[in-house]
Structures are given as structure tokens and as C-alpha cells.
Design a binder for this molecule. Structure first.
Ligand SMILES: *Cc1c(COP(=O)(O)O)cnc(C)c1O
Length: 324
């Protein structure tokens, strides 16, 4: 069952909205015992990389593309650092709509573009940044030919808010803190929406890179977040706190998630943990880190962050010379 079927009563869908799904949502909430001990809290990992195209974007895309179909759209367009493209392309293919993807040239992980290309999206590499690509998409969408499925599309946030419901269900209590990366800020706003509907006041922590325009965490390489004003408003009302971390802190968190807990996410997804490590937590707090995308999305990053395997001969001496 996908997010539309599972959360229908909390979504702006009608009898005319197709129940478009690739099986998104219902992702596991995995306890993190070693990190919990280290941090003096009860840490859980919401593994959004297990969505159909490997990121949380699928929750929002199921709803946004279903509404586009309902509204008679003739195609969808998005700007993307990679995961939006992979998701939009898959849901558009599923719905029988053409998808057009604009990405900043040279700045997107190969696997993410492979996903978009494999399902038949038209992919254009824009000379410029993510922000430039988004400006181009907005112009195209305003001209009326395509539906924009970036997080400016309000149905994206509606779909993404469903993760908040699942977290509260799985914990059987509201968490104290929920931390996630802050790229464009759409997901942070979506969680605020979801927890707000539950009248739950968990503190939401958004983690942005101090190197926004250049961070190695390519999914949050966004210089001008489109939801900045909404996030500022949530900060002013005390719902959200924004932490800033550098790449070294993101890489440390990424490595700890992988080596201490066996959970392999893409580098940006570790930003939430990097932020949690900076908080002054009440002992025993229930904390959730949202791991936004799967590690296999960005294997180039693994090449940079780990040692290259050593070559050996297939005999005991040669092997023991390395591992003894
Ligand atoms: C899109 C994305 C983000 C950033 O989400 P925003 O809603 O733009 O803040 C973070 N991590 C991953 C893996 C993503 O795909």
C-alpha cells in the first residue's frame, strides 16, 4: 500500500485522484543502539532510502504526480540535484506522463541520473547551479506546458508529511527531537505540517551545510533554499531549530551510521545525525534521524571516503599478509 491509500483521510485527494503508487512509505524505523549509548539518548533511524527510488522524494511525488494526472497535465518538469529527478521520472513513467528533468551540469551523482534515464525521462544538463535550473523550470511551468513537481508544488509536502505519522505510530509515542538535512527546506516544512496535524510539538532540527554551494553532500548543495522564509517562520515560532555543520562533521556522522549501525545512507542523509551531535539533549530523549536517501545513490562519495580494496593472491599467505 502506498501513501495515498494508507493516509488518504489526511491528504488532499478526491475520488478522481488516481491511487498512483510504487509502494512508497511504510519505511522502517530502525533503533540505533550504539549511537544511542554514545549520545545518551534513544536514537532511531527513519530509513527513507528504502522508498522505491531510494529517497523520501517518492512520498511527495506519488501525490504530486497523481494530482497532475487528475488535473489533466500533459507532463511534469523538475530541477534536481538528482533524487527529485529519479523520483519524478519513475512516477511519471508509472502514470504514463512525460517527464523533463533539468540538473546542474556535472553536479549530480551518476546513479541518480541513471535512474531518471532508465525510466525514459528527458534529461537536460543546465549550464549553471541547481538554483539556475530551478529558475528555468519555473519559467517553463509558468508558460503552462508542464506541471512543476519540485517542492514548490504543495502536493509534494502533503505526501512527505506522512513520514511524521508513521514515526509516531511506530514509536507509539511522539519523539522529542526529529533531525534531518535542510537543503531547499521542503522536507522540514513537510514534517512541521505532519507533526502540526498531530498536535505534536516534537522539536524539528534542520541541518544545513556551512558550505551550501559546494558541499560534498550533493543532495543539499543548494545555495538559495526556496523554503527559507517558511523555515525562518518555524524557527521564530520555536517549532524548528537550524544547525550548521561542515563537511567533516557530515562525513563523520555518515561513517558512524555505516560502521556502528550498519546503515549505509548517502552523505547528505547523515546531516541530521551531525546536527544531533551538537545538541544539548536531555538524557533519555527519544530522537529520530531521518536518513533521506540510500547509500547506493552516491557510490562516488564512498570512493572518496574509504580506502580502496587491496589486491591479493588467492592463497592463505597472501591474505594473511593483509588481514593478520
Ligand atoms: C532532497 C534531498 C534532501 C533535501 O531536502 P529538502 O526538502 O530540499 O530540504 C536531503 N537529502 C536527500 C537524500 C534528498 O534527496
Amino acid at each position: 500500500m502506498g501513501v495515498i491509500a494508507r493516509h488518504r483521510e489526511r491528504l488532499p485527494v478526491t475520488a478522481a485522484t488516481p491511487e498512483l503508487t510504487l509502494g512508497e512509505g511504510g519505511t522502517p524505523l530502525v533503533p540505533a543502539p550504539r549511537l544511542s549509548e554514545q549520545l545518551g539518548c534513544e536514537l532511531h533511524l527513519k530509513c527513507e532510502g528504502l522508498n522505491p527510488t531510494g529517497s523520501f522524494k517518492d512520498r511527495g511525488m506519488a501525490v504530486a504526480v497523481a494530482k497532475a494526472v487528475e488535473e489533466g497535465s500533459s507532463g511534469v518538469v523538475c530541477a534536481s540535484t538528482g533524487n527529485t529527478a529519479a523520483s519524478a521520472a519513475a512516477y511519471a513513467a508509472r502514470a504514463g506522463l512525460p517527464a523533463l528533468v533539468l540538473h546542474p551540469t556535472g553536479a549530480v551523482a551518476t546513479a541518480k541520473l541513471a535512474q531518471a534515464r532508465a525510466v525514459g525521462a528527458r534529461v537536460l544538463a543546465v549550464r549553471g547551479s541547481f538554483d539556475d535550473a530551478l529558475a528555468g523550470c519555473r519559467e517553463l511551468a509558468d508558460s503552462g506546458s508542464h506541471t512543476l513537481v519540485n517542492s514548490l508544488n504543495p502536493y509534494r509536502l502533503q505526501g512527505q508529511k506522512t513520514a511524521a505519522f508513521e514515526i509516531v505510530d511506530d514509536l507509539a509515542r511522539p519523539p522529542d527531537v526529529v533531525a534531518m538535512p535542510f537543503g531547499g527546506g521542503g522536507n522540514l516544512c513537510a514534517y512541521a505540517l505532519g507533526f502540526g496535524e498531530l498536535e505534536d510539538d516534537a522539536l524539528l532540527v534542520g541541518c544545513e551545510s556551512s558550505e551550501r554551494a559546494t558541499t560534498l553532500a550533493s543532495a543539499i548543495r543548494i545555495a538559495a533554499p526556496v523554503h527559507r522564509d517558511e523555515v525562518d517562520g518555524l524557527v521564530d515560532s520555536g517549532r524548528v531549530r537550524v544547525e550548521t555543520v561542515d563537511d567533516a562533521e557530515i562525513v563523520d556522522a555518515w561513517r558512524e551510521l555505516a560502521t556502528l549501525e550498519g546503515v549505509f545512507c548517502e552523505p547528505s542523509s547523515a546531516a541530521g545525525l551531525a546536527a544531533v551531535k551538537k545538541l544539548d539533549l536531555e538524557p533519555g530523549s527519544v530522537v529520530v534521524c531521518v536518513l533521506t536517501g540510500h547509500g547506493l545513490k552516491d557510490t562516488d562519495a564512498v570512493g572518496l571516503l574509504t580506502e580502496t580494496p587491496v589486491e591479493v593472491d588467492a592463497n592463505l599467505d597472501s591474505i594473511l599478509a593483509e588481514v593478520a
